[in-house]
Design a binder for this molecule. Structure first.
Ligand SMILES: NC(=O)c1ccc[n+]([C@@H]2O[C@H](COP(=O)([O-])OP(=O)(O)OC[C@H]3O[C@@H](n4cnc5c(N)ncnc54)[C@H](OP(=O)(O)O)[C@@H]3O)[C@@H](O)[C@H]2O)c1
Length: 311
């Protein structure tokens, strides 16, 4: 089977497609014939060596990729899936079998959910990792319906799901993004859009003078966004939070691996897609041989929707 790999850290040029042996699913596992897998910012960190500490003890070639969609083609003992099921899955690539960017991937059955009716496999691949990240972030913030949530990086993959899942949870959502993204964010359900930049926290305070109850920091702004949050509120950080908190604000560190086998949460995300409450956004698809172009495009910034590698 073909897999996207790298055997040394570096720029997009280190990516190469290799023919690797197919694996058999063990107990509680399923094997998926992959149709689509997404390129996420973490793949760039993985490939460049920024996350090399997490690969200690693993041998190259490494396979990046954290989510995929395809069709089940083999099941191990104790798994309820059937060959032919259309599924999406989250994959943790820091394991000997590697990540999602391969024609054939074996994952725990609990990392898999059915693709919603009427959803393409390309679109479904964009949901598991970032959808579960946001679900975990909101669960950690534990806001009540009617409370306020601010989202930085709101036009991105994590940010867009944070806006829509926040609205689905009954929250009032304020998006922080470029003014050109305002129509998109209004469509996703944001009550207001605050311009990104140095005065974003002040802009949020103008709308919510006491400060928002919680904030998902998908743009990695960190400490400078704390003034937007009320005393005793919460910030969900998707990368290590540097600096000190203030005024009793809790910093919740989000690690999606904690939800990698939360099948109920992944199923529920699929149901929200089917109900039209969650929007899947594909920016562009690339054959695996052109994965380096997809990495370059993501690194250049400004992508709206996810870049998807198709097999
Ligand atoms: N901890 C975890 O488990 C976990 C899981 C998933 C993702 N993540 C992390 O979450 C982050 C977001 O991922 P993503 O996939 O959503 O990335 P993305 O799709 O690239 O979105 C990031 C968004 O932030 C915008 N942005 C950049 N600087 C900003 C600023 N100062 N103010 C407001 N918006 C700003 C970007 O706009 P431009 O494109 O115009 O620059 C982009 O729309 C990444 O760092 C990723 O690694 C962590």
């Amino acid at each position: 089977m073909r897999a996207l790999t790298f055997s040394r850290f570096g720029g997009p040029e280190v990516l190469e497609v290799l023919e690797l042996p197919e694996r058999e699913p063990g107990p509680g596992q399923v094997r998926i014939r992959v149709a689509a897998a997404t390129v996420n910012p973490t793949d760039i960190g993985f490939r460049s060596g920024r996350q090399s500490a997490q690969l200690a003890g693993l041998e190259p070639p490494y396979i990046p990729g954290m989510d995929l969609a395809g069709v089940v083609d083999a099941v191990g003992p104790g798994s309820d899936w059937q060959p032919g099921d259309r599924v999406m899955a989250i994959v943790i690539p820091r394991r000997p079998e590697g990540g999602a960017m391969a024609e054939s991937v074996v994952v725990p059955a609990a990392s898999v959910a059915r693709v919603p009716e009427g959803t393409s496999l390309d679109a479904a691949a964009t949901l598991p990792m970032n959808g579960l990240t946001v679900r975990l972030a909101l669960d950690l913030l534990a806001l009540k319906p009617g409370e306020t949530l601010a989202v930085t990086g709101a036009a991105g993959a994590v940010g867009g799901y944070a806006v829509e899942l926040g609205v689905a949870d009954g929250l009032r959502v304020i998006a922080v993004a470029a003014p050109t993204d305002e129509p998109l964010l209004k469509k996703l359900g944001a009550e207001a859009v605050v311009a990104r930049g140095d005065s974003a926290a002040q802009g949020i305070r103008k709308l919510v003078p006491a400060g928002v109850d919680g904030l998902v920091d998908a743009a990695l702004i960190g400490a400078p966004i704390l003034p937007a949050i009320r005393d005793g509120g919460g910030l969900a950080a998707v990368r290590a939070f540097e600096g000190e908190t203030e005024r009793g604000i809790t910093i919740h560190q989000v690690r999606v691996a904690e939800y990698a086998q939360n099948q109920a949460a992944l199923d529920r995300l699929g149901q929200l897609v089917a109900q039209g409450k969650l929007t899947l956004r594909v920016a562009e698809t690339f054959p695996v041989e052109r994965a380096a172009d997809a990495h370059k495009r993501l690194e250049a910034g400004g992508v709206r929707g996810r870049l998807v590698i198709v097999f």
